[in-house]
Structures are given as C-alpha cells and as structure tokens.
Design a protein around this ligand. Sequence first.
Ligand code: ZN
Length: 109
Amino acid sequence: MDDRLREECAEQLRASREEWSKRLDAIRSDRRRESGELSPDFEDQATQRENDETLDALDERGRHALEAIDAALGRIAAGTYGECARCGETIPDERLRAEPTAPSCVGCA
Ligand SMILES: [Zn+2]
C-alpha cells in the first residue's frame, strides 16, 4: 500500500473516531438526563425503558466501532496497517478504502 492511501485511511479513521466520540457523549448525556426516577405514569415508564434499550444498543455499537478504529490507528502507528492479521498477506487497497478498519483480507474475514 502506498503512503497516500495510508494517509487517506488514517484521515477517515480519525474522522469517524471523532464522530463516534461525539455520538457517544451525546448518548451518555441523554442517559444522565433520563436516569432520574421513573415516571409514575405506566406508559411513560415503558417509553423510558425503550429509550434506555435504544441508548444501550447504540452505546455498544459505538464502543465496538471505536475499538475497531483504535486498533486500525494502532496498526498504522506500528507500520502493520494493510497486512492481514491472520495470513499476513496484503489487504487489497479497495477493501481498505471501503472499510478502513478491516483487520484481515477477504479470504480470512
Ligand atoms: Zn488473510
């Protein structure tokens, strides 16, 4: 892989890291606002619980996304970015362009 593509991927990774961090902050402050007492109204309670579940699911997705992004940025820093973590083959450029966090080639994925 050439330096230019590596830099492009690094930029994409940093941008999505920023985006996810913001989203997670927003989720967490939403949750703090709602973590007061449950409403005495039964229907409100159901809505509150549903919101919590949605927030949990998003929170978890965000954490996984950030982990994958950090791992990819770590590989860039270590100079192993673009090598399949399993077989060591070069991951095709177009795969990394489409999915900059991809840790392995298509064959190993
Ligand atoms: Zn592989």
